[in-house]
Each structure stands twice: as C-alpha cells, then as structure tokens.
Write a protein of this length. Structure first.
Length: 258
C-alpha cells in the first residue's frame, strides 16, 4: 500500500495516522514479523522498519541498543528485504536507515529492492535534501517515497527545499537531540508545526511515547504521530512483547481518532 493511499483512507474516516517504528531483526527476523502483526492489530497505520546500522547518529540509547542486538543476531540488508517481503499486513512499510548502507548497496538497487519487497518509503536521517539527487531519482523511478526531516532549527530556505523534495509525509522532529522517550511534548513542536506549510502530511516524531503526548501533538496540527522508543523498550524487556505492543498501539491510536 502507498503512503498517500493510507492518508486518503484516514482522511475519509476523519482520523490521524499512527506511525510505529521498530528495528528489524530485534530480537530476530521472525519475531519482527510477529511484532508488526501486533502493531497493526493494535491500530498502527504505517510501520517504519529500521534497517540497523552500526552508527545510528540520530538515535538515542534505546534504538542504538536495538540496532546492536539486531546486528548481533545477523541482520543485514539481504535478510532485511527478505523479511520485509514476508510481511503481509495491509499497511505501508517504510525503511528507516542511514546512507552508508544505501550507498554501499547502490541507490538504484536499494530503491528497486524496496519496491520488490513491498516497502513504499525511505527515511534517511543523515542525508541532506541538497545531496539527495541520486537517491531521489532512484526512488522516483521505482515508485518509492523519499521522506525528509525538518527540525526546530531548519531555516526557511532549507525548509522550502525539503518540502519540494519530500513525498509520502514530512518527518517533523519535535525537539533537538536524539530519539527517545520524554515526559512532555516540547514547546518547539507547536512552533515548528506552525511554520511548515505544505499539502504533504505532517508527521511528528522524537519523544512521543504515550497517548496523552500523541493527543497534544495531534491537537497542535500534526497529521500523524511517530512512536519508536516506547515500542523498542517493550521489545527489549522480553516480557509479553506482542500483547504489550498491541496494547500500547491501541492506546496511541485512540488519540489519533479523537
């Protein structure tokens, strides 16, 4: 399923989107398939499958640890695409990874592998829009959305450039720093949402971990909330993983419906 189709479907229902992140291969590829099923059963509308990298500079300790566990379990791009192809849930899948892995595999091959495995979007936190020409063209040719990030310190001129290139949704980083659970929603979140003028859906991530925070972000004008570390922490605990992930997703989705 394409990302745009999912947002169109949700708009008809007058709902906002819940985008859930998990690190593929943590704790194993087979477990990841079951985790995705639990996320979708709980209400996740889009699933970000992290392709683990040894130096995930945008991620905090929680997702760094998940990447390490996945790599130690043997996850690599070949296994990643095989696993993605085996997921049969009717939601868009988005690859979140770092440019080193894409460059090593080749931009055209990477985009083609995404298309063949059912992945319809790519997020690359360490790839500036100004340097994305090669990957952008490969994604265009293969029908893949290339999703860029906007932060609280993105200038107006850079934001314009990013919004011209992004498709699927624009990833709005709610606060400065790395990924991870927070106790509150940053004041910068509301300010940046007010600065972003685009027809592309606005998805807010970094620091959202419960339904109260999700509701606050939706109220501020977001079209979607992105939650990652809260799910990854459940996976790391090893305790009733699928049941707890489904429960958390269900609670978060409630905030996207109200």
């Amino acid at each position: 399923m394409r990302i745009a189709d999912k947002f169109t479907e949700l708009e008809k229902k007058k709902e906002k989107a819940l985008i859930a992140y998990v690190c593929a291969g943590d704790p194993s590829p087979g477990a990841t398939r079951e985790i995705v099923q639990a996320l979708v059963k709980g209400g996740a509308d889009i699933v970000e499958l992290g392709l683990p990298f040894s130096d995930p500079v945008a991620d905090g300790p929680t997702i760094q640890a998940a990447s390490t566990r996945a790599l130690e379990a043997g996850m690599n791009p070949d296994i990643y695409f095989e696993m993605a192809a085996s997921i049969k849930e009717n939601v868009p899948l988005v690859c979140m990874t770092y440019y080193n892995l894409i460059y090593k595999r080749g931009t055209e091959r990477f985009a083609r592998d995404c298309a063949h495995s059912g992945i319809t979007g790519i997020i690359v936190p360490d790839l500036p829009a100004e340097e994305s020409g090669e990957l952008h063209e490969a994604c265009r040719k293969n029908g893949i959305d290339l999703i860029f990030l906007i932060t609280p310190v993105t200038t107006g001129s850079r934001m314009k450039n990013i919004l011209e290139r992004t498709s699927g949704f624009v990833y709005i980083v709610s606060r400065l720093g790395v990924t991870g659970e927070r106790v509150d929603v940053a004041g910068s979140t509301k300010k940046i949402l007010g600065r972003v003028h685009t027809k592309v859906p606005k998805a807010v991530g970094f620091g959202i971990s419960n339904k109260e925070q999700a509701a606050e972000v939706i109220k501020a004008g977001a079209d979607a909330v992105i939650v990652g570390s809260a799910f990854v922490n459940i996976i790391a605990s090893g305790d009733s993983i699928n049941e707890r992930i489904e429960e958390l997703a269900s609670g978060l989705k409630e905030s996207c419906r109200e």
